[in-house]
Design a protein around this ligand. Sequence first.
Ligand code: SAM
Ligand code: SF4
Length: 339
Amino acid sequence: MAPRTPDTPTGAPAPLVDRYGRVHTDLRISLTDRCNLRCTYCMPAEGLDWLPRDQALTDDELLRLARIAVHRLGVRTLRLTGGEPLLRRGLPALVARLAELGAELSLTTNGIGLARSAPELKRAGLHRVNVSLDTLRPERYAALTRRDRLADVLAGLAAAQDAGLAPVKVNAVPVRGVNEDELVDLVQFAVDHGYRMRFIESMPLDAQGAWDRAAMLTADEILAALAARWPLVPVGRPGNAPAEEWRLDGTPHVVGVIASVTRPFCGGCDRVRLTADGQLRNCLFATAESDLRALLRGGADDARIERAWRDCVARKAPGHRIGDADFVRPDRPMSAIGG
Ligand code: SAM
Ligand code: SF4
């Protein structure tokens, strides 16, 4: 139960609901658009034009929006992401302040630096982490991320597990001709270490605009590769989670597949996203944003910000329409939205 503060309205917050009856309880917060890797399916080798620091929300601004989300809009889950969220200065202190809101708090990271920060983040109140890892082979990792940092990620995963940031989830984006031959190895690695493996279909959200549907491994292909090694028992989708899950038969281990492209789950979507520069997005694929930073910096009170937030969610489209002929990619890439 979230603690109440003097400016919290009394009673349970009215749900954050859109025209289709979808209730939004999950807020993804991008802490920065910067990154220390250059994953080929995400951004170009030279990086991007990072956000000038004065345009990014300060900790106080971010905290205020998160408090409005939890206390006035019924958000129950806060997920910190980026860019690379571990690059945010003073992250443990920010996590500690966010944890006071009482929501479930998780972090999606590439794992670089996690070996050092995991215990401190756990003490600050972080509940769990998702770590991105597309390959277990050092040369391949260096080619895919354009940085030779596999050992750091493996150490980060182990540290997260030791710190109790559980369940530790491992996210991989399988790409044809890149890591498609490693799906079984990745699952076996997760099983051996007590992590939970999830595969994500690649999406047209790379900064270069080079996404190629033919290079995307589909959920069906991922499952076929795994089924050749383990009989798979469908478990379904826990709540509104984007991942559909399968149990490796005869074991307690579960594998998830996030099939945004071939098995869209828009009908059950419960997410809103806040970019590092304070723009609210009602969908990863939205082509419009609501400028909450302008409201914050213009002196708006909480009720005004709550109204803008509800209006933004009310305008949410029924689905992302990736497969449609008139599909329009959002202006921002995944790394600047917060994946
Ligand atoms: N830097 C952190 C990381 O890599 O986990 C957090 C941000 S990253 C954008 C979040 C997730 O989005 C990662 O699991 C990454 O693999 C995934 N991702 C990035 N670009 C993608 C794309 N074009 N399609 C699908 N997933 C993508
Ligand atoms: Fe960085 Fe994450 Fe994008 Fe890789 S996927 S370049 S780690 S933001």
